[in-house]
Design a protein around this ligand. Structure first.
Ligand code: DXP
Ligand SMILES: NCC(=O)COP(=O)(O)O
Length: 256
């Protein structure tokens, strides 16, 4: 029997359009134009990460995204006072709190929700009270998931980066063990009333596989899609991604 599964949204991360722009210091290519094209091509939302060092997305990009987008904006940010103040001013649809280290190339590991203590809980509360949907970007760790629910987050986004790296390195056993952790984490979080998203390092194949996990409601994908857009255009990359996600969703439904 084929189970009925909830739809899966695609959030397109436009950080790396800004990376290319900043390589030359001018205004082009414009991440806001990319976000508008992504929306017109079937993205359900746009994600942008305003890093503390502003290495790609900048404050003005966030402001313009907020002004022009007709689809939800997911503001990725470190859990700092500066970023919370910016988010409270901007009032995006959602904020995804992520760990950040200035010297990292990209986001390594998940947010330490337990270590964040009462300060993190207050930040989640302040954003939530402002009507912003708060998501915590975490590893599929049972204690971090439980604490995310305890401090009142609406959403967790499971970090798929380790899983994707094991696959890329041909470490099949480790990849399967990590996938099992993601699957169990998605089940645990859903049972605790959290909405589950996933993202980081996903490509067509990994997005297809993870789309089979019914508990996951949204994938956020950036680097790979922007890379594919160089060859085939953003519209085509998004269309192919949606096809992969739909295929994975249907396979997951059959397996259930
Ligand atoms: C939090 C996360 O996994 C990414 O979406 C994040 O935006 C990565 O940061 P960079 O885009 O700077 O690699
Ligand atoms: N939160 C994950 C995200 O927005 C995109 O990550 P990536 O696909 O750029 O690795």
């Amino acid at each position: 029997m084929t189970a009925i599964v909830p739809p899966l949204r695609l959030g397109v991360n436009v950080d790396h359009v800004a990376t290319v722009r900043n390589a030359r210091g001018g205004a082009l290519p414009d991440p806001v134009r990319a976000a508008q094209l992504a929306a017109a091509s079937g993205a359900d939302g746009i994600t942008a990460h305003l890093r503390e060092d502003r290495r790609h997305i900048r404050d003005d990009d966030m402001k313009r995204l907020r002004e022009v987008l007709q689809i939800p904006l997911n503001f990725e940010m470190a859990a700092t006072d500066e970023m919370v103040a910016l988010a409270l001013g901007l009032k995006p649809h959602a904020c995804c709190l992520v760990p950040e280290r200035r010297e990292e190339r990209t986001t390594e590991g998940g947010l330490d929700v337990i270590g964040g203590g009462i300060d993190l809980a207050h930040k989640v509360e302040a954003l939530g009270k402002a009507g912003i949907r708060v998501s915590l970007f975490i590893a599929p760790d049972p204690d971090q998931i439980a604490r995310s629910a305890d401090i009142g987050a609406a959403v967790i986004e499971l970090h798929t980066g380790a899983w994707c790296e094991f696959i890329a390195a041909g470490e099949g056993e480790a990849a399967e063990a990590e996938f099992a952790r993601l699957a169990e984490g998605a089940r645990q979080a859903t049972a605790l009333g959290l909405e589950v998203h996933a993202g980081h390092g996903l490509d067509f194949a990994t997005a297809e596989r993870i789309s089979g996990l019914h508990e996951i409601r949204e994938l956020n994908i950036g680097h790979f899609l922007i890379g594919e857009a160089i060859f085939d255009g953003l519209e085509s990359a998004i269309r192919l991604m949606r096809t992969a996600m739909a295929r994975g969703r249907a396979q997951g439904a059959k397996a259930a």
